[in-house]
Design a protein around this ligand. Structure first.
Ligand SMILES: C[S@@+](CC[C@H](N)C(=O)[O-])C[C@H]1O[C@@H](n2cnc3c(N)ncnc32)[C@H](O)[C@@H]1O
Length: 216
């Protein structure tokens, strides 16, 4: 089994924030050449081969063990390309793949993270930023504390969104006048970058699955 796994690769391709214009050419080529392609439903609808029978595909849903089995079975015969949003190195299936397969079998093609595009849209360097994810998780308490000048970039979901996270930060001592940027639908035609404050965020339409940038 180990030999078979090492002889083929799991190619984890970052597909960036959504618009193919923000994908690196190596990822585009790997996906086009893939005989076995795994990804979220939306990514598969966008990128899988239209010719019937050309590619085997599997959608990543809630059943991660089933996805791992599918990858393991196909890896014995050919490479498997796994599409993940943004960059594979920041909260993607890469963690689970590293737990399930030898590291030598995994090749990563980087993608543009939603954080990178958010900071680019704000023309804001992110070397001092602290990055947190509220996507299906809550960061450790100590990571939310306020200090003057602190720069936070945050991924969100439908529960932890532009309203709930703003409230949470103010409860942790962040001032209501702290600048907040709500970066939604990055790279798409309906992309929106809204600059406001933590105190005002609750008066604006709620945004989930976006990037929040706050400056203390
Ligand atoms: C599972 S995380 C994946 C992060 C990804 N690996 C990355 O590097 O961007 C999904 C979260 O990323 C953010 N995200 C992904 N695509 C986005 C986009 N086009 N616009 C705004 N936020 C996006 C949202 O916070 C979303 O809930």
């Amino acid at each position: 089994m180990a030999d078979k796994i090492i002889s083929h690769k799991i190619i984890v391709a970052g597909i960036g924030p959504g618009n193919p214009a923000y994908m690196v050419p190596e990822a585009v080529q790997a996906i086009e050449k893939a005989q076995v392609l795994v990804g979220g439903k939306r990514a598969l609808a966008q990128f899988s081969a239209s010719e019937a029978g050309k590619q085997k595909t599997m959608a990543i849903g809630g059943d991660i063990p089933a996805v791992m089995n599918f990858i393991g079975e196909n890896l014995a015969r050919q490479d498997v390309v796994v599409m993940v949003s943004g960059d594979p190195g920041y909260y993607s299936l890469l963690d689970a793949l590293r737990r399930g397969f030898p590291q030598e079998a995994i090749q990563v093609i980087p993608g543009i993270s939603s954080f990178q595009l958010a900071f680019a849209r704000l023309a804001l360097p992110w070397h001092e930023a602290e990055l947190l994810s509220f996507h299906g998780r809550v960061p450790a308490e100590g990571k939310l504390t306020y200090s003057k000048g602190r720069l936070l970039g945050m991924l969100t979901d439908s529960k932890y969104n532009s309203h709930t996270i703003s409230e949470l930060l103010m409860e942790r001592g962040w001032p209501s006048e702290a600048e907040l940027a709500i970066c939604s639908r990055l790279s798409y035609e309906d992309e929106a970058i809204v600059k406001t404050t933590l105190g005002q965020a609750g008066n604006l339409p709620v945004q989930g699955n976006c990037v929040l940038v706050v400056i203390g």
